[in-house]
Ligand binder design. Structure first.
Ligand code: BTN
Length: 236
């Protein structure tokens, strides 16, 4: 069951780091690590992730017994966040920027970072969700591109969002691949939009995702499938 046991820190460097340590030491499937604040929160592709104390959901989940269907874990996690925000915070409908950035009105509300040791049979699923952050609390360079539940509607307690995300995650993590893909496709923020990758050297139009979760892009040379791990994407 996801959410038990739970380890909470007032301050830690990264909940993903703590969860990785617990996983390596044998923590059971579903263990969660949460924090009020991180001093070295990690984002995707080597970026950092920061939030003022007690104003964001900062959570990492230990997952074990991963099967082939779990290749879509990044999508499942983003769907859980969308549904938790819409149901618990009555937020406007969330969309997902491939592979797993949760957005409202084109601004980033939440991100997901999965780190794993497949050979040891576990993965850590980290979620950062901006709950109680006002525009001025974001660093200047993020004010145009980031948002929070507070800005979009009204912010519930972070604890309420943790419970909700844990519940929806429990349902989505074990959902069949076709259900995950259908729900993800209905929230696809990039479809039909211009995208660039390879440091802006390649471009095309996003055309949805294939059944493995790769992003399909129509280019002048034909269709290509981009793998999330390898691509730094910018949307036009
Ligand atoms: C992204 O770059 O979009 C992913 C951000 C993931 C941030 C979360 S916050 C909780 C967990 N601990 C971390 O160090 N990172 C993830």
């Amino acid at each position: 069951m996801i959410g038990h046991p739970r380890v909470h820190f007032r301050l830690t460097d990264s909940t993903n780091e703590r969860a990785r340590e617990l996983a390596a030491a044998g923590a059971p499937h579903g263990t969660i690590v949460t924090a009020d604040e991180q001093s070295a929160g990690r984002g995707r592709q080597g970026r950092t992730w920061s939030a003022p104390p007690k104003s964001a959901l900062l959570m990492s989940v230990v997952l074990r017994d991963l099967r082939e269907s779990h290749a879509l874990l990044p999508f499942a996690a983003a769907l859980a966040v969308c549904e938790a925000c819409e149901c618990e915070a009555s937020s406007p409908r969330c969309s997902i920027k491939w592979p797993n950035d949760v957005q409202i009105n084109g601004k980033k509300l939440a991100g997901v970072l999965i780190e794993g040791r497949p050979q040891e049979g576990w993965a850590v699923l980290g979620i950062g969700l901006n709950v109680f952050i006002d525009t001025d609390d974001f660093p200047p360079e993020l004010r145009e591109s980031a948002t929070s539940l507070l800005i979009e509607y009204a912010a519930p307690q972070v604890e309420v969002m943790i419970d909700a995300v844990v519940d929806y995650l429990g349902a989505w993590v074990d959902s069949p691949a076709d259900a995950i893909l259908a729900a993800w496709r209905s929230r696809d923020a990039l479809r039909g939009r211009a995208v660039r990758w390879a440091n802006g050297g390649k471009e095309g139009t996003a055309a949805g995702v294939d059944d493995s979760g790769a992003l399909i892009v129509e280019t002048v040379d034909g269709r290509v499938a981009l793998d999330a791990g390898e691509v730094h994407l910018s949307a036009g």
